[in-house]
Ligand binder design. Sequence first.
Ligand code: ADP
Length: 219
Amino acid sequence: MNLLLYGAPGSGKGTQANMLRSRFGIPHIATGDMLRAEIQAGTPLGRQAQPILAKGQYVPDDIMIGMIRNRLHKPDAGGGFIIDGFPRTVPQAEALDVLMGELGRSLDRVLYLKVEMAELLERLSGRLVCPACQRTYPPGTTACAADGTALVQREDDNVEAVKPRIEIYLSKTVPVLEHYRGTGIVSEIDGRGTIDEITGRVLNAIGENGRFNSMSFLP
Ligand code: ADP
């Protein structure tokens, strides 16, 4: 099952990706998490990426395309994957098409988590994250429910960085959805409600046992 999660910052991609990973045993390939790991490790790429992420801007396409190419060639991605955070620009989407061709694979579904702007802004400012497992929590939570780790705020989850992140999403990433519309693989999922409700919709969109449910297809 080759899945792509699409949605604005704060739309709940990471939460649903975690669920899909444990349910289907396929890797969650999150470019934001990969970049934060590079920053943490102090690699040359991490040093280059750190100020870009802190400002809510995008890392250059060639770097991101190289990163996803390396990752998708790893053996654990051979049985399927969940890509989260890529492609964020039309050139990245075009490169992913080429890469899929190289790998002899194709995307089965683009899961579009749709959340309105006012709610996104509310969710993003003040959201907390577990540094160990990347699960996110609302403001006021202190420890991760899964592993007890003390929660932290992401460097780019503050009012100054949230606005540019949303702006760049609207200008650069919304056209990516257009790239996939017309291919018939986009499922639009209402991203409002409880995590369980949204999980139900996601599973419905991909169908039980990974079979695709044509009822969820967009015209
Ligand atoms: P969000 O929750 O805001 O969607 P992510 O964790 O997916 O955040 O990504 C965090 C940051 O990493 C982005 O704001 C951007 O700076 C950088 N980034 C992640 N993926 C990409 C990409 N495909 N292209 C460019 N920059 C990226």
